[in-house]
Design a protein around this ligand. Structure first.
Ligand SMILES: CC(C)(COP(=O)(O)OP(=O)(O)OC[C@H]1O[C@@H](n2cnc3c(N)ncnc32)[C@H](O)[C@@H]1OP(=O)(O)O)[C@@H](O)C(=O)NCCC(=O)NCCS
Length: 181
């Protein structure tokens, strides 16, 4: 299987491995971290199953989410993860998601990791357009996307029944030609 390795100033984005489990579980079990995510807090066992389920995944399969580790180069520890999905019918369209551990937020890591992922997808994977859907109350994610000049394209009003109530979402997007600028 071809392994991913995106290297930025402070980070390595790579495949998840089972030795990431303790760090992965630390933030995936925090309700503040999972508040706006499509999953709830996870047990250690569920985290281990999730990491193992990623092992055989290969980038490039239409319609499949694949989760990558974000490692701090200096400490060699997992500090977060990011997900990429290629569109089911056109693999030049990608969707992304990003999580940074509560222990490491607000240090510019998400922005640095996302910039590395955009370079990789646009420059080497022939991706034309990248989107992210975020909860309209998720200020951190919204600011992250705005900080990299993603365009807000959509505001869906109470389009999702989410964690016990109707939620609204924004869609953000970036085109390859916009990123090149
Ligand atoms: C969203 C998230 C990934 C941001 O990670 P981060 O490493 O703290 O973000 P960065 O430090 O790279 O900051 C990126 C930008 O967002 C802004 N930002 C980050 N957290 C913020 C917050 N809590 N409130 C307001 N702005 C925030 C930063 O100021 C920065 O903007 P700037 O470059 O214009 O100064 C992180 O908060 C997180 O993992 N949240 C929980 C998971 C989640 O909801 N993910 C989205 C669903 S896919």
């Amino acid at each position: 299987m071809q392994k991913l390795s995106i290297i930025t100033n402070r980070l390595i984005i790579r495949n998840l491995v089972i030795t990431d489990l303790d760090n992965f579980h630390q933030y995936r079990s925090n309700p503040e971290v999972t508040k706006y995510q499509g999953f709830d807090v996870m047990t250690k066992e569920a985290c281990a199953d999730f990491i193992n389920s990623q092992a055989e995944k290969q980038f490039g399969k239409p319609g499949q989410w694949i989760q990558y580790a974000i490692e701090n180069k200096e400490t060699n520890q997992l500090i977060g993860d990011c997900a990429v999905k290629l569109h089911q019918y056109d693999v030049r369209l990608a969707e992304i998601g990003m999580t940074i551990s509560d222990l490491h937020q607000k240090k510019g890591y998400a922005k640095e990791a996302l910039a590395g992922i955009l370079d990789w997808l646009f420059e080497t994977q022939n991706i034309h357009r990248i989107t992210e859907i975020v909860d309209a109350e998720n200020v951190a994610s919204i600011n992250l996307l705005k900080s990299l000049n993603f365009k807000q394209e959509g505001h869906f009003i109470e389009n999702i029944f989410f964690k016990g109530k109707w939620g609204s979402e924004f869609q953000f997007a970036m085109l390859k030609r916009e990123w090149k600028k």
